[in-house]
Design a protein around this ligand. Structure first.
Ligand code: ATP
Length: 244
């Protein structure tokens, strides 16, 4: 399998001197194309920092991040913005849709921002896949939370990115709706060959992934393949994630 994302000895230190916080400590990991990876760990273990560094939203203090063979370190903000627009998709907890735009306009927004032409056949395929055919003229407020997240997933896919990053994508959804969204992400990986990397607190959400990476104190301390939610919860308990 081809590698799509690679981190080599990535460290991130916030602040300076006595107040400095090492959020990531020499993290190295390779994410293969067409895989679904969940990132878990106790609060403050570095999950958001990992996601931000891997997605070019933040710059590591040291180490290397490669996306599809392109080295991100050393890129200026303009090039990073361009790279994020063209090669990365994002799905957030809070959906982050534009309320004044229709479903279709929200989905195609990344293409318009990039000044790129929308591939009609691809658009139809993703709208169908996320189950929004017939609802593309609505505005976000006319949709349920689960449907809004489906719009966000379609928007993340429209540019055919190399990686879709999810930051607690099911965090704002009820249990049943969250399952539907997780099944959709799984289908995006299995049916479209997309690569998905998702930060989550939820062991059930993590169990939809092929691999779970466990972070503790800025380091990857374990990885689990074909995880069950029970195994993930047990590992998280041993990391002290649920301590009062
Ligand atoms: N901008 C910042 N300035 C200073 N310290 C920061 C900053 N962002 C994060 N940190 C610190 O870095 C460490 C890792 O934070 P991070 O947000 O990556 O953890 P997390 O695992 O995502 O946490 P949570 O599950 O609570 O969201 C924490 O100690 C945090 O306080």
């Amino acid at each position: 399998m081809t590698e799509v994302l690679r981190l080599d000895a990535v460290s991130k230190v916030y602040g300076k001197g006595q107040g400095a916080v090492a959020a990531l400590r020499e993290v190295s990991v390779t994410i293969p194309g067409g895989s679904f990876t969940a990132v878990m760990g106790p609060s403050g273990s570095g999950k958001s920092t990992f996601l931000h560094c891997a997605a070019g939203l933040d710059t590591p203090s040291s180490g290397s991040v490669r996306l599809g063979g392109t080295e991100l370190s050393g890129m200026d903000e303009t090039r990073l913005t361009e790279l994020r627009r063209q090669r990365i998709g994002f799905v957030f907890q809070a959906f982050n849709l534009v309320s004044s735009l229709t479903v279709l306009e929200n989905i195609t927004l990344p293409m318009r921002l990039a000044g790129a032409r929308v591939d009609r056949a691809w658009l139809e395929e993703i709208v169908g896949r996320v189950g929004l055919a017939g609802r593309t003229g609505r505005r976000p407020a006319q949709l349920s939370g689960g449907q809004q997240q489906r719009v966000a997933i379609a928007r993340a896919l429209v540019t055919r990115p190399q990686v879709v990053f999810g930051d607690e994508p099911t965090g704002a959804l009820d249990t049943m709706t969250a399952r539907d969204v997780l099944r959709l992400l799984r289908e995006v990986v299995d049916g479209l060959g997309q690569t998905v990397v998702m930060v989550t607190h939820d062991p059930v959400a993590a169990s939809y992934a092929d691999t779970v990476l466990f972070l503790a104190d800025g380091r990857i301390v374990d990885a689990m393949t074909a995880p069950s939610s029970e195994e993930v919860a047990e590992r998280m308990t041993r990391l002290g994630a649920y301590a009062a």
